[in-house]
Design a protein around this ligand. Sequence first.
Ligand code: G3H
Ligand code: 13P
Ligand code: ZN
Length: 335
Amino acid sequence: MAVSYKDLGLVNTREMFKRAIKGGYAIPAFNFNNLEQLQAIITASSELKSPVILQVSKGARNYANPTLLRYMAEGAVAYAKELGCAHPEIVLHLDHGDSFELCKSCVDMGFSSVMIDGSALPYEENIALTKKVVEYAHQFDVTVEAELGVLAGVEDEVASEVSHYTKPEEVVDFATRTGCDSLAISIGTSHGAYKFTPEQCTRDPKTGRLVPPPLAFDVLAEIEKQLPGFPIVLHGSSSVPQEYVDIINKFGGKLPNAVGIPEEQLRKASKSAVCKINIDSDSRLAYTAGVRETLAEHPDYFDPRQYGKVARNYMIDMYKHKITDVLGSENKLAE
Ligand code: G3H
Ligand code: 13P
Ligand code: ZN
């Protein structure tokens, strides 16, 4: 039976994006697959009074089970209230939807926002598919994110070796003809924990760490000029904190040369029309660091709560840091 997100206490992205653009900050969009990640996201965002987007990929939805997910989202709203947020602003968003059918299924099962990712399709086909999703979703006041331009790296069903920056001359036509509510763009970010090859980076002489090249802020500025006030989304925005990479590598992991987007670039983006910043890999890293460290130090542990608790605390710290020190969404609830 179909369920509306409104009955689950969720909100769509429209109002929060308006406020974020005006206020010069970005809303965190954190991916989750399981209980500990959800607990950590809700704890961090509720304690800091931040709006938040719970983001679920097709793979995550299959992993968690679509029915269970709907109740987890409803539970997240109740939990946020318990943590002291009288009016939490929580979005349940489909990340990288790859078909009309998947988007429809999410709209019908309580999502308040969906992404249709037609970025790998020819331009006209991307428009046609996005428009179809928008027409369906808007009947239920569900907001729609679309994508123009291609990110390097692997997305659930969309993979590309190389990135193609969004063409600013296409964005007005695309946004007008599709009616999408927000637009994900490509300006040099990519998915995963290896965003740049060592050859694309320089090295910090003091630390020996890789220093990635800057994002294409000139492309972002041109897009903003073409679409003033329109909500822009940045995917692939994990910063791949080296503290977690080091812990993972110290305790048996192997993540050589993992590198992300420097935080000062994300801070700069948050002040622009970029009003949604997607973070998944950093949660995976914090989680894995907590699990590896705990199990290495306590070989006798076999209760998942023993290492799950450490992993969850690492994620809470990481999410809080993003909210307060990078995206600037602390204390930004409407009431
Ligand atoms: O953009 C991709 C997200 O990080 C989700 O990844 O498809 O492995 O769940 P996933
Ligand atoms: P990261 O891999 O940089 O966390 O990107 C996540 C993302 O864009 C989800 O859509
Ligand atoms: Zn993405």
